[in-house]
Design a protein around this ligand. Sequence first.
Ligand SMILES: [Zn+2]
Length: 186
Amino acid sequence: MKRRKCVLPGDEVAVVEEFIPGEGTYEIDGKIFSAYCGDLELDYEEKIAKVSARNPPVTLKVGDVVYAEVTDVRNSMAICEVIAVEGKERDISGDTSATIHISKVSSGYTQDVGKELRPSDIIRAKVIQVKPSLQLSTVGHHFGVILALCKKCRAPLKKRNRTLYCERCERTDVRKLADDYGEVKF
Ligand SMILES: [Zn+2]
């Protein structure tokens, strides 16, 4: 007989006199606790208590849409850190450090990556390669920068026609923008 129940991290799920602490559990002073938010399974035949996590970390796949922060810009590429996968409120397992090659910044010709993407920009991008290294693309009107800060005063830049503008410094800036720049809520 097996019994299933939804539990939270730290919930007491069983005692060691009756069950063996299995996967997803830990024991303190003879009591078994859940390590995860997930499904508790009490196996009365094997005498094992285990919890399977409901939201295991996601592994990035080619075609995934991700959000990332640009951390560095070089001549031929931008380096970024993937923060989240669109539509999934989960942590990412494995490597989150990615690059965008100059040819994958926009559909047009990019002469200077630094004029399209800048460090601290938040971008929406598509995963185009996972191994041996994580590669992203911002080609397409829905991909590119969704939030950029003024490099002088760090205020969020506002979109004005096809450029960005800082109202405080009265300066204009350019980026490879996503079509919904400034409208994305986290
Ligand atoms: Zn400013």
